[in-house]
Design a protein around this ligand. Structure first.
Ligand code: FAD
Length: 379
């Protein structure tokens, strides 16, 4: 019996496990292959939902399902946290003392926002990158009548367009409450434009102008004074704020750090085409866990899953496993509360955002529901 272990039950891990179980159902039925998903969470959370929670458009429960309910038959689910990945002995060690050997491993441990990378951030800033943060932000926003809202960004972080979506949605949220005139919105960004992707920066610039959203470039957050409510940049400028909303720098999972297989931020060195971990041919890496210079996004994991599943199936069938990921990413971008656009790009094709429309906004809302089919491997 050959075992494929998948570590991490988020977007990438769940999709790979379900698709493998379908593709290999005959081998699984004959007990020749086992597909094991190792996940520390009993529940699966759809993270793009956090944006809607922050603006009180939906409750958290809408975006959470039991992990076991999302798995097709043929996937064995171990609800446990891994404490070490040992690529020399092809094994995972768990916090409960158990271990699991594998023939192939897929690392799908994601990334998480770290509020510890900047002094004062934890005490002084809100965010919308976890369920708890988005609920706290929703409550803070709902209780504000006026003031200055400063938005700060640190890198790397997942879903690079989410901060633009947040800013545009914030503008409309305040307008819908009849309070926009009482608020200043200041968007800061670490480089010399509004977004790292040039076409996206060009697309959003007139949107910001039209809505009176102020911006400051080359603002790399250095520290936050939570008592005085001041944020300072490495470049020497500073803002006082009534509400600070920060997209903090992200880090890879602790298990990657603790296993000594990641870079200094905890991301796994990965071949950009084969998606194999560099130096370990029987280990694949998917989604946010890679060190690839592409958007950390659910759609990235979705397209990467195609490559990894095809390669694993070929490996098990003794065929050349030569499928390659082309860097494809597809993201809807909310352009306010009732319009959206989208971008699609790859290693070779730049994104070309179009004018936001209500139809695309409805597509995005529809995808938020279709996601539950997609993660089951049905789309
Ligand atoms: C506000 C917000 C908006 C977003 N909007 C979009 C969007 O519009 N479109 C888009 O494509 N993406 C979006 N994303 C990004 C998307 O959610 C992530 O990029 C995606 O979830 C990454 O998938 P993943 O499988 O790599 O990691 P995750 O989905 O984060 O899953 C990682 C899993 O690994 C588990 N894990 C980690 N360590 C261990 C361990 N030691 N043992 C066991 N389990 C472990 C974690 O518990 C987690 O379940 C958004 C994210 C946020 C926060």
């Amino acid at each position: 019996m050959r075992r494929i272990a998948i570590l991490g039950g988020g977007v990438g891990g769940t999709m790979v496990a379900n698709r493998l179980a379908r593709e290999l159902r005959e081998e699984i039925a004959r007990s020749e292959v086992e597909v094991v998903l190792v996940g520390e969470e009993a529940n699966h959370t759809y993270q793009p939902g956090f944006l809607y929670i922050a603006f009180n458009q939906a409750p958290l429960e809408r975006f959470v399902r039991p992990q076991a309910s999302l798995l097709v038959s043929g996937v064995r689910f171990l609800n446990v946290r891994a404490k070490k990945i040992d690529t020399a002995s092809n094994s995972l060690q768990f916090e409960n003392g158990d271990s699991l050997t594998y023939d192939f491993l897929v690392i799908a441990t994601g990334s998480h926002p770290s509020m510890d990378t900047v002094t004062g951030l934890k005490e002084g800033a809100h965010s919308f990158y976890t369920a708890e943060q988005s609920i706290a932000l929703r409550n803070a926003l709902a209780s504000m009548e006026s003031g200055r809202i400063v938005i700060g960004v640190d890198v790397p972080h997942k879903c690079p367009v989410a901060v633009l979506e947040f800013t545009l949605m914030l503008d409309e949220y305040l307008r819908k409450r009849g309070k926009r005139e009482q608020f200043e919105i200041i968007y800061t960004y670490p480089i010399g434009r509004l977004h790292s992707l040039v076409p996206v920066a060009n697309w959003v610039e007139p949107e910001f102008e039209r809505r009176g959203i102020q911006s400051e470039f080359f603002f790399n957050v250095d520290n936050v004074d939570p008592d005085k409510k001041i944020i300072e940049s490495l470049e020497g400028s500073s803002y006082s704020y009534d509400l600070l909303v920060m997209v903090p720098a992200h880090r890879g999972a602790k298990v990657i750090m603790d296993s000594g297989i990641g870079d200094e931020s905890g991301f796994v060195p990965t071949d950009r085409y084969s998606l194999r971990m560099k130096g370990s041919d029987n280990v694949f890496v998917i989604g946010d866990a890679t060190d690839l210079p592409i958007s950390k996004a659910g759609s990235t994991a979705h397209y990467e899953a195609d490559t990894i599943v095809a390669n694993l199936v070929d490996e098990l069938h003794g065929l050349p496993a030569d499928h390659q990921y082309d860097g494809k990413v597809y993201c809807f971008i909310e352009g306010g509360l009732d319009k959206a656009t989208y971008i699609a790009f790859s290693y070779t094709e730049p994104p070309k955002p179009t004018a936001p429309s209500e139809l695309l906004h409805w597509f995005k809302l529809m995808y938020n529901e279709i996601y539950w089919l997609s993660v089951r491997g049905l789309l």
